[in-house]
Structures are given as C-alpha cells and as structure tokens.
Ligand binder design. Sequence first.
Ligand SMILES: [Zn+2]
Length: 83
Amino acid sequence: MPCVAISGFLTCWIKNGNYNTMYFRLDEYGYPYLLFSIVALFLWLEATAYYIHTMLHIPFFYKTLHKHHHRYLNQQLEVHEIN
Ligand SMILES: [Zn+2]
C-alpha cells in the first residue's frame, strides 16, 4: 500500500508541474539521451533489486520480512515441478 500512495503522490507532483526529470518531447534531449536513459534505468532497477534483495537476507530482515517471500516462491516452484 505505501507504494501506491508514493506513486500517486509522485504522479500528482509531476502533473502539477513541480520539479522532475521527465520529458515528453523527444526533441528536448534527442535519441542519444533516450537510449542512455533506457540503459541507465535498466541498470538502476537491476542494481537496486539486487542490493535490496541481498539486504533482505540479513538474518533479522529475513526472519521478520523476507521468509514469506521465499515460502511463496518455493510453493510456486513445487507447482511447476508437478506440472
Ligand atoms: Zn531472497
């Protein structure tokens, strides 16, 4: 739920013309910047997912938060193995 609230807040923030780095016309920055943005976004998302997941394997976080995630994934894998 906090993610929904945060994304809604950011959407309103951008829609109301406050500071952001989004652009909607390609001629503002050109194709090289568009390609750079795509690669940079991909690398950023992969790196943050990796490091956040690694942090969630610290024993305290794993026991209190993350074990449920792995229990769910293991159940899905068992279903796939049966089928
Ligand atoms: Zn994990």
